[in-house]
Write a protein that binds this ligand. Sequence first.
Ligand code: DHB
Length: 305
Amino acid sequence: MTDLSVEVCGLRLRNPTMLASGVLDETGKSMLAVAKAGAGAIVTKSIGRDPRVGHPNPTVVELDHGLLNAMGLPNPGIELYAEEINEAKKSGIPIIGSVFGGTEEEIADLAMLMERSGADAVELNLSCPHAKGYGAELGSTPERVESICRLTRGKTKVPILAKLTPNTSSIADLARAAERGGAHCIVAINTLKGMAIDPESRQPILGNKFGGLSGPAIKPVGVRCVYEIYEAVQIPIIGVGGIASGKDAIEYMMAGASAVQIGTAVWTEGTGIFGKVCKEMSKFMKENGYATPRELVGVAHPARR
Ligand code: DHB
């Protein structure tokens, strides 16, 4: 099988697939299962300072081409979560701790605590589309993105991944701001803000009314965002949104991603998705004369052809 190993912002991955935040990453045990299934790295559930129960049910709506969810950032709080990181680290693959917070300082402090808990890198959730006071509410202006990244950089040593929202007029501006603030890598995209209404009851289905759309429906949006970001910044990009096959992953890499994250397809197809995507990537690379995944990165841009 082709050597799929890549290096992204100092993290060495045995292949370019990572578990995206939010699926099967609440416990050390579930993360170990994902590592065993072949993922190159794992991003944890987004963790905050205090325990949170999340939004009222229903929290997920299954659609024809994706999922709409508003979990509401449920998590046990950073102090308790350290145990899960410890367990997940037994896998030997990079564990990236995702954090969210209500203020710029809180996010930077949580990143510091995440590093202390043993995370190999931190992912800043600047992009959850529906939790009041968190996520995209802080991550929608370049000024705040820059200052959150700068504060975090001052309090951590591990690589900082800034996960950005597509619910904005210019994700490239947000990416430039993250780079100026000292982020080591951009993760694009988080979910698109959406809603679903049940015609019989005339009511919004989600307990929170609004949620984040993920899965195959958002792949073209994600690929476009990665393409725009690649032309705007020098730091590496991790692509996420609707990846369920080797060709999906390759599309993101040709747009400019150095690695990819998979979330919804783990929910719909199980952990076997990592092995499947890697096998399909290898096959495509062999058939098309690519020796390493690096050779795929950005080739859809005129300057790289
Ligand atoms: C949640 C967080 C996200 O960042 C997202 O895109 C979707 C859902 C949540 O926990 O509600």
